[in-house]
Design a binder for this molecule. Structure first.
Ligand SMILES: [Zn+2]
Length: 88
């Protein structure tokens, strides 16, 4: 005789009661991996993984932005120099 309850427990190691819906991934994650955050629509649960991923990509974007700013500054300076010392 097969015990279906035991099989269910085997295939479902995380009971639904200990999971929360992640509005970012649109799926359920274990409670321990979730953080409650404030959004425009109210309090929502979001997993740490997606929060960290967003934070990382933001840092990467900022690093890229700094790089672009430095390039623009260097370009503006060389342009300013050529304006001050026009070659004839
Ligand atoms: Zn998630």
């Amino acid at each position: 005789m097969v015990c279906f309850r035991a099989i269910e427990d085997f295939y479902c190691p995380i009971p639904m009661a200990d999971t929360l819906f992640c509005y970012h991934c649109r799926t359920h994650h274990p409670k321990e991996e979730m953080r409650q955050i404030e959004t425009k629509g109210g309090k929502r649960w979001r997993c740490i993984k997606s929060i960290e991923a967003t934070k990382r990509s933001r840092e990467e974007r900022e690093a890229f932005g700094r790089q672009v700013t430095a390039i623009n500054k260097a370009e503006a300076q060389s342009k300013a120099r050529s304006l001050l010392n026009p070659e004839r």
